[in-house]
Design a protein around this ligand. Structure first.
Ligand code: DGJ
Length: 728
């Protein structure tokens, strides 16, 4: 069933609203004058199912619970009416409206209103039928005279009717993003929140998987994936009662963020996306990846280039010969883009370290005498594209910008300023339209003055460190976080409207902004400031639950690693980096010729498999979080004619045999020829060039050696394999 909606025709009759995708269905009942009722979310429904469910076969629950009547229940929305009344009593106000969008999605709007007060809330659902994805949000309008204060405003509420529900969430921190936590939901409240203010991806992430029938499985079982599409503070709560009924609430974290709605004002919450599948977590991820690439990322169907980023190679030591040498080196290894990171700008204040000059976006000609054009000319000569780092939402107290506009920063009145990175970093108040113009104009000037700039790395390295807007009036101070992100999204939209083609990387001290709220404006993100290959396996695996490989900047860096000080052999570093959007984060002039040659070959191989990695379907085969001594994933081209299989040994204890998992996603009837990429063994391994049926590979896997056969003295404590499988 593709799309079926039984929409009310203005009567007070029970009116089912069925919102269906190919493999899932949401069923609501919108009867005028009654609360909007929830009947089902999960497997597709037959006509008989819909009829019986709406005929009372299953007791309906409120589909957007409001606070006030029965206040012991957890609400999705709570308000304070102008007269101080703290109850909200929402009922359906009219028939559901349906509109077809140009991207093939359909939006359903179900109007609700308070029974007494002139306050209305529209429950909105956008359905992407082919992607099995439904977004949910609400729009609140104050139609009365006095101000309404909205204290809580979830975008989505979902009763989860599983029998034994488990939650998989991601937690971590700076340089340790996206670790997996899996737990059974027992009676009580499980809350995942963010309070950073500007970035929300370092610690707990705003995406969870809910496995409805016991421990989560990759290849089977009913799973609901949930993603809050918002770059600011978010909150996910699951309330489980004594009867093990689970209720999910998701949206903006309302902590210190109540919203005042004046007469006629409207407030729209960000969307929360849901995917249901009965084929396990793997299928939920593949749905999110496809939807993301095709609908929720900039240029998500065009593979991203192989790049060298200057940061770990030279840090702030930016100068013309150094940049030219890096461009030459990456070009010689087959790279396609060079990105000049932090340190290229400044005037009165120089950017030699992290404590000055943010906001003074003029090229520092003491470092770059021929300016950006000099670098662009060099990039042209080397045949690579050129990208540049900016951190537009920030300033330093040591900057000309701050001297001119101290009132543009996030700062509470009558308090000492709280500063961040370098002891001087301050956050600009993106809620202030003047700041929005400043940020837009800065990017606009850069891209109009230097139209050859192909790529921007947009960084954000400070949280909101003090609650205070110098722009918002006293009675709207609680809207600081909301207005910050409204301003940020508005500015990004404006930039994208004028510069649809430029590539932009979303970076925030690494993976601080990995969320679907921002990705419509970005081509990719910097997965983590930690480039240690061993730790990256887990970070990239966790990130893959919701985000596709093409979005994950994954770079080969130096040893010892600058964060973990671990020395991982080049082959292993390359094999990990090649499982995402491959790049380099290294000083090439410090590499040996042999290492450069290895990278040159690996980049050439990556170009051969890039479409499969970046645009193919991901199958996670062995989790690094399971402690089985290995991790493994594979990507399969949509036509199933080509696949790439990655295997990394994650610990090395003599005598143990790490897992070599069976493959997945192949055509069982096809025959695939195996070629090892980035091979280092003295002789080709016995599997080289052999062919197997998809059926064999998916039940037996590949029995490759779990260590490398190398001359004595060259042996290493790491092992990894990358295989290309081509249909014969
Ligand atoms: C943090 C980023 O994550 C790094 O990659 C680098 O761009 C630095 N900021 C520059 O200050």
């Amino acid at each position: 069933m593709m799309l079926a909606a039984c929409l009310a025709q203005g009567s007070a009759q029970a009116a089912p609203v069925e919102i269906s995708t190919r493999n899932s269905a949401l069923l609501l009942e919108a009867t005028e004058g009654k609360p909007l009722a929830f009947l089902h979310y999960g497997s597709p429904l037959s006509a008989a199912d819909v009829k019986s469910l709406t005929d009372g076969a299953r007791s309906a629950t409120d589909s957007y619970p409001a606070y006030g009547n029965y206040p012991e229940n957890e609400p999705a929305m709570s308000v304070v009416m102008p007269d101080g009344n703290m109850t909200l009593d929402l009922v359906v106000a009219g028939p559901a409206a349906r509109s077809a969008e140009s991207d093939g999605s359909t939006i359903y709007r179900i109007p609700m209103k308070d029974r007494v007060y002139p306050y209305s809330v529209t429950a909105c659902y956008r359905v992407y039928p082919d992607d099995d994805l439904i977004e949910s949000w609400v729009e609140a309008v104050n139609n009365g005279k006095g101000n309404v204060k909205i204290m809580r405003y979830d975008s989505a509420y979902l009763p989860i009717t599983g029998r034994d529900v488990w939650m998989t969430s991601l937690y971590g921190g700076w340089a340790n993003e996206a670790r997996e936590a899996t737990e059974q939901l027992l009676p009580g409240v499980k809350e995942i929140t963010n309070t950073d203010g500007t970035r929300n991806g370092h610690y707990s992430r705003g995406e969870v998987m809910l496995s409805l029938d016991g421990r989560p499985q990759e290849r089977s079982g009913e799973v609901i994936g949930v993603a809050v599409e918002y770059p600011g503070n978010y909150k996910l709560r699951v309330v489980t009662d004594a009867g093990r009924r689970n209720r999910l609430y998701a949206g903006v974290n309302e902590r210190n963020s109540w919203k005042t709605l004046a007469k006629g004002e409207k407030f729209t919450t960000p969307p929360v996306a849901f995917v249901y599948s009965d084929k396990g977590m793997g299928e939920v991820s593949r749905r999110f990846h496809k939807w993301g690439r095709e609908r929720r990322m900039a240029h998500g169907t065009t593979p991203n280039p192989v790049l060298l980023n200057s940061w770990e190679g030279v840090y702030f030591d930016i100068n013309e010969p150094g940049m030219a040498q890096m461009m030459k080196d990456i070009a010689s290894m087959g790279g396609e883009l060079f990105v000049m990171d932090d340190g290229w700008f400044g005037g009165k204040y120089q950017r030699n370290t992290d404590n000055a000059a943010l906001g003074d976006w003029t090229v520092d000609t003491r470092k770059l005498p021929h300016g950006i054009n000099g670098l662009l000319d060099e990039a042209d000569r080397q045949g690579v594209k050129f990208g540049i780092w900016i951190e537009p939402e920030m300033t330093n107290s040591a900057s000309e910008l701050f001297e001119k506009h101290p009132d543009w920063t996030v700062q509470a009145v009558r308090r000492d300023t709280v500063k961040g990175r370098g002891g001087t970093q301050l956050v600009l108040d993106m809620g202030n339209p003047k700041v929005q113009d400043f940020v837009f104009n800065m990017v606009d000037t850069l891209l109009t003055r230097y139209p050859r700039i192909a790529y921007i790395k947009w960084d954000a390295n400070a949280p909101i460190m003090q609650h205070g807007s110098q722009y918002l009036p006293a009675d709207r101070q609680s809207e600081l976080y909301l207005s910050y992100h409204e301003g940020l999204l508005k500015t990004l939209k404006r930039i994208r409207a004028k510069y649809p083609d430029v590539m932009i990387q979303n970076c925030a001290s690494g993976g601080g902004r990995v969320n679907w709220g921002l990705m419509p404006y970005f081509d990719e993100f910097w997965t983590s400031d930690n480039t240690d290959a061993l730790q990256r396996i887990a970070m990239q695996y966790g990130t893959s639950y919701f985000f596709p490989a093409m979005a994950m900047g994954s770079h080969i860096s130096a040893v010892p690693n600058h964060t973990t000080y671990r020395s991982v052999p080049l082959k292993f570093r390359v094999d990990v980096a090649m499982s995402g959007r491959l790049g380099m984060e290294i000083q090439p002039k410090d590499m040996s010729e042999a290492d450069k040659e290895f990278c040159r070959k690996a980049i050439a191989s990556y170009k051969e498999i890039r479409d499969v990695v970046q645009l193919g379907d991901l199958y996670r085969l062995q989790s690094p979080f399971d402690g089985k001594g290995a991790a493994s994933i594979m990507y399969v081209a949509p036509a199933k004619d080509k696949a790439v299989y990655y295997w990394w040994r994650t610990d090395n204890n003599y005598g143990t045999v790490p897992q070599r998992p069976a493959l997945d996603g192949l055509d069982p009837d096809a025959t695939y020829r195996v070629t090892e990429l980035n091979a280092i063994d003295n002789q080709p391994i016995p599997l080289e060039g052999k062919s197997f049926s998809g059926k064999y590979l998916m039940s037996n896997g590949l029995e490759f050696p779990v260590s490398h056969s190398l001359d004595w003295g060259k042996r290493v404590d790491y092992a990894s394999r990358v295989f290309l499988l081509e249909k014969q």
